[in-house]
Design a protein around this ligand. Sequence first.
Ligand code: BES
Ligand code: ZN
Length: 603
Amino acid sequence: MLPMLGLLLAAPPVERDLHSASNPEHVRVTHIDLDLTADFEKKQLRGTATLKIERVIEDSPVLMLDQRGLKISSVEISSDGSTFSPGTQIASPTKSVSEENALAIQLPKDAKSVRITYATGPDATALQWLTPEQTAGKKHPLLFTQSQAIDARSWIPLQDTPGVRVTYSARIRTPKNLLAVMSAANDRKHELTGDYKFEMKQAIPAYLIALCIGDLEFRPLGPRTGVYAEPSVIAKAAAEFADVEEILTACEKLFGPYRWDRYDILIMPPSFPFGGMENPRLTFASPTALAGDKSLVSLVAHELAHSWSGNLVSNATWRDFWLNEGFTVYLERRIMEAVYGKERAEAEALLGRRSLEREMAAMEKRDQILHIDLKGRPPVDGLTDVPYEKGALFLKHLEAVYGREKFDAFLNGYFDHFAFKSIRTGEFVDYLEQHLVHGDTKANVKEWLFEPGLPKNAPLANAKALAQVESQAKAFATGEVKAAALSGKWTALEWLAFLNALPMDVGAGRMKELDAAFALTKSGNSEVLFVWLLLSIANGYEPSMPRLELFLTEQGRRKFLKPLYEELVKTSAGKAKAAAIYKVARPGYHPVSIETIDAIVKP
Ligand code: BES
Ligand code: ZN
């Protein structure tokens, strides 16, 4: 038995992160310096990652890193950060901790940093290498990363747990005609040199390290804000997100100072698997948010809100994910209220509530718990409305119990107290107890956090306009009201409420009537189109099938793809259709979406 085994396997002082094989309780990485070349031909990032380390326990003999599919060609050790000598990899003693591959490096007593020379593998889950045809401009290739939740390890060997925060620097070499941007300080006027340097001085968890390389242009929106996009998309993006500077100002009023200097948005190619990703200083946003009428701007409010909840105060493990997303949805609604009015914020809250109820009705009890148990499961199993909407409701409930003034003071204090820290649910509970609840049972904290379902007094959304639209939907569904008699002069949110309130088996006849009156198959709002297409599949409404095919191939957002494919495979004809569409669409999806859809369609 190796002498260090006892130390490595000693019970950690706090519950460990089940999704990382790293050992930050013994040795911690504090800074990462990357020097990577992006090889678009080989679809490979290669170069070095130099990790500065700090002993938590004196003389810890091993540094455990996460890595997935990396080709490691050398490991070197340095005691002064400048001269390196060959280091020793050892067999991973904690393989059972995770199914992932670990990289265990023996540490001499005086080791201060570790340099790893490596290349990414062909299946790096964080990376999508797009051919020119897959971009908006069709002329240049593009690469982007998506590290959340546990995919950073597929492009950087590191301690891939959100409980560890690092600063980073990077030198990225690219083909000469492309621009590289990162979740770091970006030079907005950088010439196309093929050689870019970045500094991220604020300590962040690994899942927030991000890179994109492509034919990108920058346009300012305000003094601290701007947008990057492919040239053909930049004007549309700038118009859609024209309010971002104002939103940022509103955020600071509500939650305290913005601590990341700049806030820019990068519009991703359509295959981006998420609506948005809160990479610090540079949100990555799906082009499906560009509705043309700012109707999906809450997505930016959401990602910007993460600059407080998530990026400033981060979940320490993925079972604490609600601390990121529940807070963020709550903040998002507060922002929407401050900038666009209470009516709109409450309308979005109502849609969120309905979505939560629908999803929860079909969900196992264990997944309805905010402090979810993810033992034996990947973090993405926790990616449901529960952390988002139930989490937000919990905070709305606290606001209702203690009043907005007190709750806002609490929130500001919380962000300040835990700034640049990663915390577990327990630490939140302690802080809440000491600073707001003080032993009061009205807060009902235990039921909210540790039990399934929704507590009886969960706050309701007060959205009159939407409630009216919902009752029209009911009347329309029963045939009491004809489509032509519906007002139909609705906002995107009202349409969403209407469509969501229809029974899933409303019938192809009613669908046809609606389409004739309101041309929903042609909707330019991705959220509305999504619900419409879902209903179309469920009701065998054929005229929108070409649009469905297009939607499933022209964008790759997991949240849209998953339910649509799931609905398709419910019938045998649908199964054939799903297989045919997927065959064409799959090569264009990001690995994250592919993993999800493979399980549904089985290519
Ligand atoms: N951080 C999430 C995206 C995420 C979560 C990626 C978990 C990977 C694992 C992001 O902030 C988010 O929640 N995006 C939403 C949009 C938002 C408006 C609710 C999405 O992508 O749909
Ligand atoms: Zn989020």
